[in-house]
Each structure stands twice: as C-alpha cells, then as structure tokens.
Design a protein around this ligand. Sequence first.
Ligand SMILES: Nc1nc2c(ncn2[C@@H]2O[C@H](COP(=O)(O)OP(=O)(O)O)[C@@H](O)[C@H]2O)c(=O)[nH]1
Ligand SMILES: [Mg+2]
Length: 250
Amino acid sequence: MSASSLSSPTTAIVILPTLNEVKNLPLLVPRILEHEGFQVLIVDDRSTDGTAAAADELATQFPGRVEVLHRTGKRGLGLSYAEAFPKAATADVDVICQMDADLSHDPRFLPAMVAATGKFDVVIGSRYAEGAGFKNWPGYRAALSMGANAYVRAVTGLQAKDCTSGYRCWRPSAVRQIHWERVGAEGFAFLVETLCEAALAGCRIGETPVLFIGRRHGSSKLTARILREAFVVPWRVLMRFHQRPPKSGD
Ligand SMILES: Nc1nc2c(ncn2[C@@H]2O[C@H](COP(=O)(O)OP(=O)(O)O)[C@@H](O)[C@H]2O)c(=O)[nH]1
Ligand SMILES: [Mg+2]
C-alpha cells in the first residue's frame, strides 16, 4: 500500500463480532463482499446457536475473503475487538472497519465511510450526523443511546456526535496508535476507550451519516452489567489519560 493510495482506498477488512447471530451472519457477509476489495474477519465468542459453523461455512464459500477467529478467552465485545484489531492490522489493506453483525449496520454505507478515510483517520458511521437516523428501534433504546452520547461527551470532552456507534472505519495507522492490550471494557464502552485514545493520539475523527436499523433476528446482548460498565468507563479513561482530547482532533 502506498501513501497516495490512502486518498482512494480500495481494499478493506471488516471485523464482525458475533455472539449468537446465526440468522444474521449468512445474510450480512455476502452483502459486504459485494464491495470489491473487501474481506471479512468474523470473531465468534463461542456462540451456542450454530453461528460458529455458519461462519466456517462462509469461509469455505468465500476462500481468501472470509476468515474466522474462534475465541477461547473471556467473552466480551470489547475483548473480541481487542484481539481482532491487531490481527486485522497485519492484513495488507487500506482500511479496517468494524460493524455489528445483527444487520443494524447496513453495508451500503461502507463505500462512503471508506472514502472518508481519505480525509480522516477514523470515520464513524453516525446515527446523529445530518441526514442520519434510525428505524425499527424501540424508543427506550434510542433514548438510552442519546443519553449515553451526551454523558460520554460531557465526561471525556470528545466532540463526535456519535461516540457510541460501533460502525467505524479506521486507517491502519490509526489502529496501530491504540494500545489494544489494555482495552479493559468488556462491552460497548470499549468504543469510548478507543475513540478517546485515538483523539488523544492526534487522529482526525470524522462522521458520515448512516441509517441504523433495529435488529429483527436474535436478541440484544446488552445487559445491566454492560450498562453499569458504560457509566464507569468514561471516568476511567479520563483518569488514565489525565487530559481531554484536543478539540481540533475531531
Ligand atoms: N464476539 C462477541 N460479539 C458480541 C458480544 N456481545 C455482542 N456481540 C456482537 O456485537 C454486536 C452488537 O451486539 P448487540 O447485541 O446487537 O448489541 P446492541 O446493538 O447494543 O443491542 C453483534 O454483532 C453481536 O453479535 C460478545 O460478547 N462477543
Ligand atoms: Mg444490535
């Protein structure tokens, strides 16, 4: 990859964390692979519904384009990404993406997000950017998301509108700035940890609009424990870095 290729990135690897997504994964992966130059890294956390076998089948169906990481350590979304990102960073690609595997993140937004990495180090698929939104999402979840974002911005000083979106594209150079080995959050709070770390490392953070769609198959893994963690993590991050991200970083 040459430096000039960053202005028009053509290759990407998409990390897909899965915990019991057997109905969603086989629908999602072919849609991602419709984009030329895209690969997928599935990170399965010992799903009990057959997702692991479905993932292996996809790897057979799309040789060289789908890889599966079967986790054996402690379960967790943050821990899964902490293992997968350093692995993805060894791939020879222009962009590293992360997205949910429950069809909430539509792959049709990937090209615009990937293109925006020509200008930004980290691009958030944002539910709150102009022209974005959500559909089929219970009101309490939307309220929770908006409250969480206001809280995160107030505590950490992050400027992005959607600090808790799990739909992101990274330049590999930005991924290498993150200390993945010290990501402590098990749940979605790791999104705040990594965004803060990127902003403090001077990464430029941008947002492109997405339409977020509430899941139709399977169930959410959001638990009270993960929510409690999400309250604590922004403070933990603040104490770790002893400073707020610069405003120009956003
Ligand atoms: N590997 C892994 N994936 C997870 C875990 N928890 C959730 N996920 C995946 O992370 C994504 C988002 O989870 P989801 O339950 O939809 O969270 P919600 O959107 O906040 O309700 C989905 O692809 C899940 O399968 C976990 O502990 N390990
Ligand atoms: Mg979801």
